[in-house]
Design a protein around this ligand. Structure first.
Ligand SMILES: [Ca+2]
Ligand SMILES: [Ca+2]
Length: 472
């Protein structure tokens, strides 16, 4: 009997572990596909049908939800002002209880004195945290990589290397360590630091967001790295790379990915000169680089930067380029890259190039031999993963910032009009349902433990089949 219970316990523990969504993309390879089942395909935010709970956020929310250890973390701004003593415009990381949406704690960060060049007003925290065990790693609007206890001070303990927090109330953040990229590696983030960290062993790896100043001509810190690796226990710098140097087109807002490619654990990162680069994850040794822009393209009309996250599936890197949403629509390019090659692999590593996509800031979902890519002009493209040949496109009729997410055999994608479309993945277009969320859905829908987590500009929902909570 005891052995039976123990066995059930182990199964439950491992199942619940894998059912979390502890980082951007769910796993280090960042493929927006989840094996979970039992997700709702329709819900109603007015009647509360299939709505488990809803929580209020600031007025703009770009830090995509992650779910781990019973806690949901999101990045937003301070317009919800949960603590009047921490007033004004700030970046805010909020933590909610996964089961009922109760607000647990928040970390707020004042805006940088240098202003919009480095820290754009009201953009909040735009990093999707990485959770390992009880610790969340994220990037603040002040250009810091922050490690914080997901239980804050509610566990009655001040954890980590940092013990001198001034605010230690039950809704305050318990920091483990803070690494200031502007001080430590001299980065000059353009408009906002936003990196969503990726793990490898004891390392966490992040973009620095180093970029131009407000003139859009000068690069104040051409010697600062584009990518860094920190020891996650100590917060100390382990390796860095600056292959971009002074060729940054604008900013650097693409998050790195990690996977084994050709037998080598690699970090893959889209950088500010429009090149994707692969590194040995352990050492930061550069292995390959690939230019995502045609050689005759010209910034900003036809040459693009990289905001999408590279997705790694079966030794292949899928990436598309684009520009800051403020730059509007334009031509884009999507690629499948053979990342087992070395050196400048722009020619040798090219598996396919798809030039019918528009500028994109979305990350791919690769599922059963089909790559799903969304672009900023509002088209969802379904391509053959092997050849890049399109099966179909679907017009969302609104700009798309989010990434398609495939879970439970369905594809979910939100748009600027606030619609989330639910589709049947496959070789033919099939829309199952469409639900409006009341304001723009810039975030990617994420699944965890039997629920979907959806964010519009100022609210976070947990959606589950059969839930009937009324919304307020
Ligand atoms: Ca604690
Ligand atoms: Ca602490």
């Amino acid at each position: 009997m005891n052995r039976f219970i123990l066995a059930i316990g182990i199964v439950t523990a491992s199942a619940s572990l894998s059912a979390d969504w502890p980082m951007w993309g769910g796993t280090p390879s960042r493929n927006m596909v989840s094996p979970l089942t039992g997700m709702p395909t329709k819900w109603d935010v007015k009647t509360g049908q299939n709505v488990k709970w809803v929580a209020s956020l600031g007025s703009q929310s770009y830090g995509n939800p992650v779910v781990a250890g019973g806690v949901v973390l999101v990045g937003t701004n301070n317009e919800a002002m949960r603590d009047p003593k921490q007033g004004g415009d700030r970046g805010v990381l909020m933590a909610f209880r996964e089961s009922d949406g109760e607000f647990l704690w928040q970390a707020t960060f004042e805006k940088l004195a240098s202003g919009r060049a480095n820290d754009w007003p009201y953009q909040g925290i735009a990093s999707s945290p990485l959770v390992i065990g009880d610790i969340a790693y994220f990037t603040s609007n002040r250009g810091q990589i922050v490690a914080a206890d997901i239980h804050g001070f509610q566990d009655g303990e001040n954890d980590g290397l940092m013990k001198d927090e001034k605010l230690t109330g039950k809704n305050d953040p318990d920091f483990i360590w803070i690494f200031d990229m502007m001080e430590e590696v001299g980065s000059f983030p353009h408009n906002l630091s936003n990196c969503s960290p990726v793990p490898h062993g004891e390392l966490i790896i992040c973009s620095t967001s180093n970029g131009q100043d407000e003139s859009h001509v000068n690069i104040p810190s051409p010697k600062a790295p584009a990518i860094i690796a920190l020891n996650r226990n100590t917060g100390k710098l382990v390796w860095e790379d600056n292959s971009v140097e002074d060729r940054i087109l604008h900013g650097q807002w693409s998050a790195p990915s990690v996977a084994t490619i050709g037998g080598v654990m690699q970090v893959v990162h889209g950088q500010g000169d429009g090149w994707v680069r692969g590194y040995e994850a352990e050492t930061g040794k550069k292995l390959w680089e690939f230019d995502t822009n045609p050689k005759d393209s010209v910034w900003p009309k036809t040459r693009n930067e990289l905001i999408a996250t590279p997705v790694i599936v079966d030794n292949v890197v899928y990436i598309q380029n684009g520009q800051d949403p403020e730059h509007g629509e334009g031509v884009g390019h999507a690629y499948a890259i053979d990342a087992t090659k070395r050196g400048d692999i722009t020619k040798e590593g090219l598996i396919w190039h798809y030039d019918k996509i528009r500028r994109s800031i979305s990350t791919a979902a690769v599922h059963e031999g089909i790559v799903y890519l969304a672009d900023f002009s509002g088209f969802l493209h379904a391509l053959d993963a092997k050849t890049g040949k399109p099966f179909w496109t679907h017009d969302m009729f609104a700009a798309v910032w989010a990434s398609p997410l495939i879970v439970d055999g369905k594809l979910y994608l939100g748009d600027e009009d606030g619609d989330i479309v639910v589709m049947q993945p496959g070789r033919e277009v099939k829309v199952i349902s469409e639900v409006n969320m009341g304001s723009s859905v810039y975030a990617t829908v994420v699944p965890a433990n039997g629920a979907l987590f959806v964010m519009n500009r100022n609210q976070l929902w947990s959606l589950a089949e059969g839930a009937t909570r009324k919304t307020n």
